[in-house]
Design a binder for this molecule. Structure first.
Ligand code: SF4
Ligand code: SF4
Length: 907
């Protein structure tokens, strides 16, 4: 065996009043060195609990009740033996592993016929080795018991306990090292070729050496994982000190996690550690790392914070990185940056990655092998191409069928819900939802069958060799017919929404105040009757603000919103209240948008009461609404916490429908849902549109979902509309460079799809307080247009513009750049000496700059070295200012409006 991490028959349970929650229920999973393994499945399938179990981070009331986690590392084995007196196991790992495997099989009543022979074979092997605990006789006794027809399960239990007794250490080493250790060799000075640590048998202190040292972990939300009160540099340094420089920490579950995410109170200042910190920040792509050491997490953008978290996880050069939904909270553009970074680091450092995600596109792009989890079990495992192109377990197949793709007219969600993990169905846990279930699926152990080519190691836990996929998804669900699209129902003209920043007391007294946040800055949009208009863009581009302003939930600062011919801005409060019946909103997170003290029925009934509708028949009306959104009457009295995510979203939709609206703004209505539930809600929204003639503004960051549901799509960037087009036109022929970058960042749920021509946008959306002049996208635009009279190629010009942005912000630290320059060229001295600025040019440009462009940049280097920032800015502006910077483009007036100078005659 060469696996780095191995989970064998792992079972993790949580005690509750109702019984044990079997979150992880007997899984086997191996990760080889350098390999990326994806763990996928719906929420509640046990993915994250598996990761926490692998790191031995399960806290009360949870517990690993059975199975083993082993980790292979000869270096770590030596260090642990040096530190822990009773760590060494007196037997070879492979031998003990084989006995445990037989015991596990016997407990499952498997392999009973072969077990006596195998046990005697191992016992014979032990005759030629040291056997201090007399394990050989225990094995022979078990073999005799089996021959004597003792219950195999009982033999399995006693066998496992005999091995437990014989192996009271937790570190296994190769035969030669073990012999020398038994002869009294010093473990710290001994060369160990092979070492395996049994993480589940190790004392907590030893496990803490492994976590963060050999295993790094990154989480979904970097802001909550980082300590806001400690500088970024200190947080990474703390991790390094703890694991590489022998620090100590007190013990509990949270500190276990925080070992990787250090907290306040560390020592600071030792140069060796800080030099390593700078190196790590550089590796994860944080420019001028030296200068950012003293920044706090809030001074970093979301993507940069995730980079910091990766730096913390990698600070100790782990051989395994466990990434639990590492990009779920990020925009698709930033996700592409982070996945690229993990991929680069993996090839550089040769580490393995366990990638836990619900995003099948991310899996297809990043993983070598995939394990699909359902209700605490791994139901299918195999190479990534096999899983996506030859899914052999009905759950994997139906999960993939739920993903919106270009070809699918209608999505096919998986029927039903994930089972209650306390009271799981007998036999195959997927049987109640499986379209191919048969009587034999509902009892006994389900076999694991091999699929695909002989060398593929593709296994599926299902009775079927194959199943008929042709009928799936065509039964009972008529494809939604297209609703007829009419005249504009909503007309938005020049709409702005500015927010004043909260002024300080002094500002309020003396006036002045802070500049406004220009969340939406002059947008024009029409939404036609019966149409779904998708509104997309990164976080912070103003989508949700625009949605609320259109509905006048938060009235616009300027501009007009005309609904059904009536200017909403001209209505009195009571008239607007009356109009609200016709315009409704559905929110992203049904849990936080529903009142936890109100039942589903009360929530749906509330707008009927507010608007005085359905008097005398409200309960009946609520039942009708519940039926139209697929809720059962029995759920009327349920509180939000008693409903699943999908059911809560159905309550939110039923509530919006209660007043019989014409127009619904759906703000990220499916982004908090699993892919299968997402498919149910998308189908529901389409059906309701058909049934009630609804018009939707569908706000989302998931472009695959938008593509599926929208008739037209508008792309927003920093408070403006960049492009609007029919859905097909936009996806087939995107014009705006921002749209092109967004589309190219979408992970493709096909491992064979090429990502070679992907545009990875640099940086983040700028602040809407002080947006860039001219085209707002110019600070990131890969196609930014050079001045007509300057001889420079476009790629170099883009780099000059990145450099200019740094000079504009006064954010060029020549000392840090000198430290960054590998050849240790002293950039400051080179400038002062009138040198050729080689290090600086190398730092900012990937290719040669020539002529006027080079001269101007060289002059700016000299000025920056003298700290004459304004002069440097002036030199650069004079030479490089272009149309993209001076002129704000407006939407073209044609069938495919786009706001970019590439399509105007100004370039
Ligand atoms: S074992 Fe039966 S119920 Fe389970 S996935 Fe296979 S066919 Fe479906
Ligand atoms: S106007 Fe210039 S900067 Fe803006 S998107 Fe077009 S090319 Fe890019």
């Amino acid at each position: 065996m060469t696996d780095l991490l191995s989970l064998s028959n792992l079972r993790t349970q949580f005690r509750t009043e109702r019984g044990a929650v079997r979150a992880v229920d007997g899984i086997d999973l191996d990760i080889e060195p350098g390999e990326t393994v994806g763990l996928v499945g719906e929420s509640g399938s046990g993915k994250s609990v598996t990761a926490l179990s692998a790191m031995d981070l399960i806290d009360d009331p949870g517990e690993i009740v059975d199975g083993r986690v082993t980790f292979r590392s000869a270096g770590l084995a030596g260090r642990l033996l040096d530190e822990f007196d009773r760590g060494l196991v007196a037997y070879p790992f492979e031998l003990i592993d084989a006995v445990y495997a037989i015991a596990d099989d016997l407990r499952a009543r498997e392999g009973v016929r072969d077990a006596p022979r195998e046990l005697r074979g191992i016992a014979d092997d032990l005759d030629n080795r040291a056997d201090p605990a007399g394990l050989g006789s225990a094995l022979r006794a078990s073999a005799d018991d089996l021959d004597g027809r003792t219950d195999p399960e009982a033999v399995g239990v006693s066998l496992a306990s005999a091995v437990d007794d014989a192996t009271d250490g937790f570190v296994y080493v190769d035969d030669s090292a073990r012999a020398r250790l038994n002869d009294g060799a010093d473990p710290g000075a001994l060369a160990i070729d092979e070492g395996v640590i049994d993480v589940t048998a190790a004392p907590e202190e030893a496990v803490r050496r492994i976590r963060g040292g050999e295993m790094g972990m990154i989480f979904q939300d970097p802001m909550t994982s980082l300590n806001p009160a400690v500088t970024v540099g200190e947080q990474i340094a703390e991790s390094l000190r703890l694991h590489r420089h022998g620090g100590q920490k007190s013990d509990n579950w949270r500190n276990g996690i925080r070992e990787i995410l250090p907290k306040i109170g560390g020592r600071s200042g030792d140069e060796e550690v800080m030099a390593e910190v700078v190196e790590m920040l550089r590796e994860v792509g944080i420019p001028e790392a030296q200068a950012r050491l003293d920044d706090y997490p809030h001074e970093f953008s979301g993507g940069m914070r995730q980079r910091v978290l990766i730096a913390i996880a990698l600070a100790c050069q782990p051989s395994l990185l466990i990434a639990d939904e590492p990009t779920t909270a990020l925009d698709v553009t930033i996700q592409a940056q982070i996945l690229d970074l993990i991929d680069d680091l993996q090839s550089d450092l040769g580490m393995s990655v366990l990638m836990i995600t619900h995003d099948l596109g991310v899996v297809a792009e990043t993983c070598d092998r995939v394990a699909v989890m359902y209700a605490g079990e791994i139901v299918e495992e195999g190479p990534v191409e096999e899983i996506f192109h030859n899914p052999s377990h009905p759950y994997t197949y139906t999960l993939l069928e739920s993903v919106p793709t270009e070809e699918k007219e209608r999505l096919t969600p998986i029927e039903g819900n994930v089972p209650d993990l306390i009271d799981m169905p007998d036999g195959c846990h997927f049987a109640p939802r499986c379209p191919w279930a048969e009587a034999e699926c509902r009892e006994g152990e389900i076999p694991e069958l091999q699929h695909g080519p002989a060398d593929a190691d593709h296994r599926s836990k299902c009775i079927h060799e194959s199943f008929d996929k042709t009928a799936y998804g065509t039964d009972g669900v008529a494809a939604a017919t297209d609703t007829e699209i009419g005249d504009p129902l909503v007309e938005v003209e020049g709409m702005r929404k500015y927010y004043e920043q909260d002024d300080g007391v002094l500002d309020r007294v003396v006036g002045g105040g802070n500049p406004s946040v220009r969340a939406v800055d002059g947008i024009d949009l029409d939404v036609h009757e019966g149409e779904t208009l998708g509104l997309v863009g990164e976080s912070g581009c103003g989508k949700s603000t625009a949605g609320r302003a259109i509905l006048h939930l938060d009235p616009p600062t300027d501009g007009r919103v005309v609904f059904a011919g009536e200017d909403l801005g001209g209505l009195s409060k009571s008239e607007l209240r009356e109009r609200r019946k016709d315009v409704q909103m559905v929110f992203q997170d049904p849990m936080s948008s529903l009142d936890p003290r109100m039942t589903a029925g009360q929530t749906i009934m509330e707008p009927l009461k507010i608007h005085g509708l359905a008097k005398g028949g409200r309960r009946q009306r609520v039942f009708e609404l519940m039926e139209s959104v697929g809720l059962e009457r029995g759920q009327y009295d349920r509180y939000p916490h008693e409903l699943s995510g999908g059911q809560r979203q159905r309550v939110g939709i039923a509530r919006a429908l209660a007043v019989d609206p014409d127009f619904i703004v759906a703000d990220e209505p499916v982004s908090a849902l699993d892919v299968s539930v997402q498919a149910q809600i998308i189908n529901l929204l389409e059906d309701l549109q058909e049934e009630f003639g609804l018009t939707y503004l569908f706000i989302a960051h998931d472009l695959s979902v938008v593509r599926h549901i929208s008739d037209r799509v508008a792309v927003m960037y920093l408070g403006e509309i960049a492009e609007v087009a029919e859905t097909e036109t936009l996806f087939d022929d995107p014009k705006h460079p921002y749209t092109r970058a967004l589309l190219s960042a979408i992970p493709d749920p096909d491992p064979l799809a090429s990502t070679g021509d992907r545009t990875i946008l640099k940086g983040d959306v700028p602040s809407p307080i002080d947006p860039p002049s001219g085209c707002r996208f110019r600070t990131r635009c890969p196609s930014v247009i050079p001045p007509a009279d300057l001889d420079i190629d476009q790629e170099r010009y883009r780099e000059v513009m990145f450099y200019r942005q740094r000079v504009e912000a006064g954010d060029v630290d020549l000392n840090a750049i000198a430290a960054d320059a590998e050849a240790a060229v002293d950039a400051t001295r080179a400038v002062a000496d009138g040198g050729d600025h080689a290090a600086l040019f190398e730092q900012f440009f990937d290719g040669p700059l020539t002529g006027e462009a080079r001269d101007a940049v060289a002059r700016s280097f000299d000025l920056v070295a003298q700290k004459r920032w304004d002069d440097a800015r002036g030199v650069l502006r004079e030479t490089f200012e272009s149309v993209c910077e001076c002129d704000r483009p407006s939407l073209s007036d044609d069938d495919h409006p786009v706001s970019c100078h590439l399509y105007t005659d100004k370039q």
